[in-house]
Design a binder for this molecule. Structure first.
Ligand code: ZN
Length: 464
């Protein structure tokens, strides 16, 4: 009896001890403080984004610059002492803009800046001259009658509002992605959109569009916000608006680009890894400083900061995805390549929302792991980060992995200024505040360090 009691007591105390361990893994607080201090004082992220935007510049997927950026990333990771660096081939479209012009001929004459949407076909060489039919939203266009649209140029005039999370962008962006399909369905000759932007500028903001295999392809372009407001005033005369639109683009055969992957190899369980993602490609109008040079710099500098403290137990993989802008091709190739080993990804995070400071932490992890994410938050709370929800979708590339069951977190950045510059010629280095980059690096480094030095499982056990 006595013996049994002893065993029981021993059992209970082991249980208590292990559950205590589970709730509160021991972290080296001194190391985390050091990591954050190093990150807050380091210029590395700013130097990386300055180098990428100055020495390479715009990096449209499939372009010569895109391949230069792949070499650039490989070189930087080598210089920074990543343990393994490799490239993963990704097939990408080779689309390029050549020229674009837009003249308003009636009711008053104006010349407006215009840019083709990414992937748009060309107009005939002589352009298209037609009257314009205006819609407030994609939904209004989708509900319109064919006789009001046929033979005309559709103008989608929806406004984007300024907000912190990009909620309004998500609402308006379907005008850009699906406008050409909806307009062509009703027999339109072309479509122009008010840029999905918060800037008060004549600069057009580009971005990808979709075509439907069974619906005619028509040319599509964006005008700047101030040009859209001028066009709106021209409509108020009720005399009809007529424009001449000429867009010339080129598309060659598919090309090979690459995901660039850099690993800090774990000392205990090297196969398990924390994935930190960003994308290497950009649009062609600016130098892709915010979208997504900043993200590239943040995740690369964060992994480097962790490595400086010594080898973590699990690996950290920085994945610089190819071709995010033209349909997440790099992320899809990565998912396919790692189909059998997705379970090795402990958790994935992506930085792809410019260079604003992080203010909220969203997750999508098993309930049993929430106390651990609380612990991560506790370590970065002093950097002005609050808790969000547990329904995160991951950044654009990482969302492909989230759909396949990979646990994800989102470190939400303040995006109030992001859409002033996003996808336009104004997406340049001068929009980046180096202090904000340091805050981002500090947070990503803390997150990667804590996960890589734990044995926490973010997945629901029943999924295994
Ligand atoms: Zn992006």
């Amino acid at each position: 009896m006595i013996h049994m009691k002893k065993t029981l007591l021993l059992g209970i105390s082991t249980l208590l001890f292990s559950s205590f361990c589970l709730a509160a893994p021991k972290f080296n607080d001194k190391a985390i403080k050091q990591l954050q201090q190093n990150s807050q004082q380091s210029d590395l992220a700013y130097e990386l984004v300055a180098s990428l935007t100055t020495e390479i510049g715009p990096r449209l997927a499939g372009s010569e610059n895109d391949l230069k950026a792949v070499d650039w990333a490989h070189q930087k990771m080598t210089e920074l002492g990543f343990d393994k660096i490799y490239k993963q081939p990704v097939q990408v479209r080779d689309w390029q803009r050549v020229s674009a012009s837009l003249q308003v001929s009636s009711p008053y004459q104006h010349e407006l800046n215009v840019s083709a949407l990414g992937g748009s076909i060309s107009t005939p060489e002589q352009g298209i001259k037609a009257s314009v039919v205006r819609f407030e939203s994609l939904l209004d266009l989708q509900q319109a009658n064919r006789q009001d649209v046929e033979g005309k140029i559709v103008y989608l005039a929806g406004k984007m509002e300024r907000d912190k999370t990009g909620e309004s962008y998500a609402k308006q962006v379907s005008a850009r992605t699906h406008g050409a399909i909806a307009a062509a369905k009703l027999g339109a000759k072309a479509v122009i959109i008010r840029s999905i932007s918060t800037a008060s500028s004549a600069n057009p903001h580009t971005g990808s569009l979709r075509y439907h295999p069974e619906i005619a392809k028509i040319p599509a372009a964006a005008i700047g916000v101030s040009s859209a407001e001028l066009l709106d005033r021209l409509f108020s005369y009720d005399k009809g608006v007529e424009i001449a639109l000429n867009i010339q683009n080129q598309e060659q055969n598919w090309k090979t680009s690459y995901n660039v992957i850099g690993e800090i190899t774990g000392s205990t369980t090297p196969d398990e890894y924390v994935l930190l993602g960003a994308h290497l490609d950009s649009w062609d109008l600016g130098t892709g400083a915010l979208d997504n040079g900043a993200g590239v710099a943040i995740v690369t500098a964060a992994a480097h900061a962790v490595k400086q403290l010594g080898q973590p137990k699990r690996s950290i993989r920085v994945v610089l995805f190819a071709n995010e802008e033209f349909g997440l091709k790099g992320a899809k190739a990565f998912a396919k390549q790692h189909e059998q080993t997705l379970d090795n990804i402990v958790v994935a995070a992506e930085s792809d929302f410019g260079a604003g400071d992080v203010w909220r932490f969203d997750t999508r992890v098993a309930h049993s792991a929430l106390s651990f994410t609380d612990e991560i938050l506790a370590k970065v709370r002093h950097l002005s980060v609050m808790r969000g929800h547990n329904r995160a979708l991951g950044g654009p590339d990482v969302s492909v992995l989230a759909k396949l069951g990979v646990p994800v977190v989102n470190w939400l950045q303040d995006g109030r200024d992001y859409f002033d510059y996003h996808h336009s010629q104004e997406d340049t280095l001068d929009k980046i505040d180096p202090k904000n980059l340091q805050q981002n690096v500090s947070i990503y480094a803390t997150f990667a360090y804590m996960v890589a030095n734990s044995d926490i499982n973010f997945r629901n056990q029943q999924d295994k």
